[in-house]
Write a protein that binds this ligand. Sequence first.
Ligand code: MN
Length: 249
Amino acid sequence: MIDFHCHLDLYPNPAEVVESCEKRSMFVLSVTTTPSAWEGTDSLASPVSRIRTALGLHPQLAAERIKELPLFDDLLPRTCYVGEVGLDGSSYLRASWECQVRIFRHVLLACEQAGGRIISIHSRRAASDVLSHLEQYPDAGIPVLHWFSGTIAELERAKQMGCWFSVGPAMLAGKRGQEIAARLPASRTLTETDGPFAKNKQRALLPWDVELAVHGLANVWKMSADEVDHLLLNNLRSLSNALPPLHSQ
Ligand code: MN
């Protein structure tokens, strides 16, 4: 099972969640919302586990955390994964839009200069802007659009650009999310939970709840859950092989 976008550090009991993930041999992309959270979050997982910690600066925290960009740059050589980053065009965040754009451009340029990263991207109410920025930094790495909620036209543009997608139970619960999921490129899709932010029946999703997303995808793709599982594992393998490993420091 694969949870390619999960906030392990934000569960009330991260150590227990990590232990359960390790027991289940889950692959987890543990995203962070601030550079200062990266080191502590990275140390939650044992070095032999299949948990990887992404370096992030969440667009909702742009204004208060832009000062952490130098720390982002310091930590970037230590991980192949960046996220959660991106843009959020919600009206309550309008005041921080310029800050968000500065951060996102900085992050993409830094990824480009570092040789490319796998990047888990937030694009709520900002899909077109996110895609335009990605076009300006084609060597930033491989964008994985998490919980994509743009229009069908924006989805088609993202597909043309070669973007990847990660989808979770919360997205697949709604009709619109299902419409998007049905059109995703099956060979560039992964599952996620976005736990503990995302919920199922008011309960925070846990990483192994990706099983719900596997069933949701099986439904819209008209495949069996086993076939979807197999496909997702192949996808993860090809994604991990798509970038050169980090140079040892
Ligand atoms: Mn998230």
